[in-house]
Design a protein around this ligand. Structure first.
Ligand code: NDP
Ligand code: 2IT
Length: 455
């Protein structure tokens, strides 16, 4: 029997900071989870003895590799690629791949750590991982992106497999990149298997996967609102980002009777006081998907809309906020502006878009705040369903998958209420969704780890 290991929360966090010096995003993510987990395990000696949290904060492994590729002018580029396999206690490693110049080990470790809890919350058998590269797909030709993806997969393929680790998309990795990577995996291994999710529907991709994260975030928002006898009908929203998650969140929010006021990209945000209707949204999709355009062009196209360069949309008055771009895009000052303008609910489509100080502002104001690991879990949940369909060699219909997605988001909401509120599915009480998600996500992984003994 192991001896008890009762280090205080402060000592534990000091250790995390020392062991991961300079990895600010990773430390931030651990800090947010550790507070709640410590409270939960205060009287549960077995988790202390087995040092479960200490083990979850040490990735199972990190693979780092060189990715070499040639551009259209035959210039050779050398980039770095990573896969962080955080924890596979409850299922094969699972999580997206990000291509963005800001990618580094800290960012991928925070994402893999968060993914471990998110995947657990879905109730599906998936462990947590994340990968990517500091490659910037912006401004690159299709051929350049193809050569990069092939080179990246040539190394990554040694570390993944349908029962080992199943990557998917994230920032900078959409259906085009998944296609190139899947093709290369198949070519090298001579195996057609469900090794990636988010595939095209012609070759094993699941219906509903492209929409799942954004729609799921709005369904999570609906569940939070319903808990307080509210709905989206007639409400307004500020949304950041204009990628896969943001555009599908905007689409669903509008479909459910809400008015979307803003969208953004890394150049700034657009504000359309008349609301971004279906036709305008189709125009943006075409701009982003087919013309590699910038969101600023919206203000030139639609009268009444304004572009705010280098600004974020949090000062625009709205009932709801959906940060759907990237980590730490919503700081304390933005949170105060939202609360000051009477926001009632925030649902995170992005991963950790709110800083710790911003989260505190939401908690103090007791608004409904759904953290990314709960609110954006719809994407990976449908990825899990894509894995099931691939294993069964079958394709489920749109309606069935849609029903499963809404059911999964409602279950995740209920788990948050169970551990972050007073457990009643519908009573209007304040729910600490961060605490609920952290504890529910932790418990399943921790209990599986206890079953395996010390390793
Ligand atoms: P996309 O690449 O499709 O879109 C990303 C959007 O965010 C773009 O509008 C981009 O603008 C903006 N953005 C990216 N980085 C920055 C930055 N540093 N500052 C400001 N804006 C930025 O990615 P997704 O929509 O897939 O992902 C968005 C978020 O959702 C990420 O946090 C991701 O981890 C999370 N997520 C995604 C899931 C999915 O299924 N795709 C699942 C769960 C979470 P620009 O074009 O100017 O770079
Ligand atoms: O952050 C995420 O959940 C994702 N990028 C999706 C992961 C997945 O495996 O579908």
């Amino acid at each position: 029997m192991a001896v008890s290991d009762h280090v205080s929360l402060e000592e534990f966090l000091d250790g995390v900071k020392k062991r991961n010096e300079g990895q600010t995003e990773f430390i931030q993510a651990v800090q947010e989870v550790a507070q709640d987990v410590y409270e939960f395990i205060a009287d549960k000696e077995e988790y202390h003895e087995a040092r479960i949290l200490r083990r979850i904060t040490e990735p199972d492994r990190i693979v780092s590799f060189r990715v070499c590729w040639e551009d259209d002018d035959h210039k050779v580029h050398v980039q770095r690629g990573w896969r962080v396999q955080n924890n596979n206690a409850i299922g094969p490693y699972k999580g997206g791949i990000r291509f963005h110049p800001t990618v580094n080990e800290s960012v991928l470790k925070f994402l893999a750590f968060e993914q471990t809890f998110k995947n657990s919350l879905t109730g599906l058998p998936m462990g947590g991982a994340k990968g990517g590269s500091n490659f910037d797909p912006r401004g690159k030709s299709d051929s350049e992106v193809m050569r990069f993806c092939q080179s990246f997969m040539t190394e990554l393929c040694r570390h993944i497999g349908p029962d080992i680790d199943v990557p998917a998309g994230d920032i900078g990795v959409g259906s085009r990149e998944i296609g190139y990577m899947f093709g290369q995996y198949k070519r090298i291994t001579n195996r057609w298997e469900g090794v990636l999710t988010g595939k095209g529907q012609e070759y094993g991709g699941s219906k509903m996967r492209p929409e799942a994260t954004g729609y799921g975030a709005v369904y999570f928002l609906c569940n939070m609102l319903r808990h307080r006898d509210e709905s989206i009908e007639g409400k307004s929203a500020v949304i950041s980002g204009s990628g896969n998650v943001a555009l599908h969140a905007a689409e669903k929010f509008r479909e459910l009777g809400g008015k979307v006021l803003t969208l953004s990209d890394s150049d700034g945000f657009i504000h359309d006081p008349d609301g971004i209707d279906e036709e305008k949204l189709e125009w943006i999709k075409d701009l982003k998907l087919n013309r590699s355009g910038r969101i600023s062009e919206y203000a030139d196209e639609f009268s009444g809309a304004e572009f705010h360069e280098d600004k974020r949309p949090w000062h625009v008055e709205a009932d709801c906020a959906l940060p759907c771009a990237t980590q730490n895009e919503l700081e304390e000052e933005g949170a105060k502006a939202l609360v000051g303008n009477g926001v009632i609910a925030v649902a995170e489509g992005a991963n950790m878009p709110s800083t710790l100080k911003a989260v505190k502002v939401f908690h103090n104001a007791e608004i409904m705040y759904g953290p990314g690991k709960a609110a954006n879990a719809g994407g990976v949940a449908v990825s899990g369903l894509e894995m099931s369909q691939n294993s069964e060699r079958i394709s489920w219909e749109h309606e069935k998958l849609h029903d499963m997605l809404t059911g999964l988001m409602s279950d995740i909401h209920d788990k948050c209420v169970e551990h972050g509120g007073d457990g009643e599915a519908k009573n209007g009480e304040y729910v600490d969704y961060v605490k609920g998600a952290n504890i529910a996500g932790f418990k399943k992984v921790a209990d599986a780890m206890l079953a395996f003994g010390v390793m």
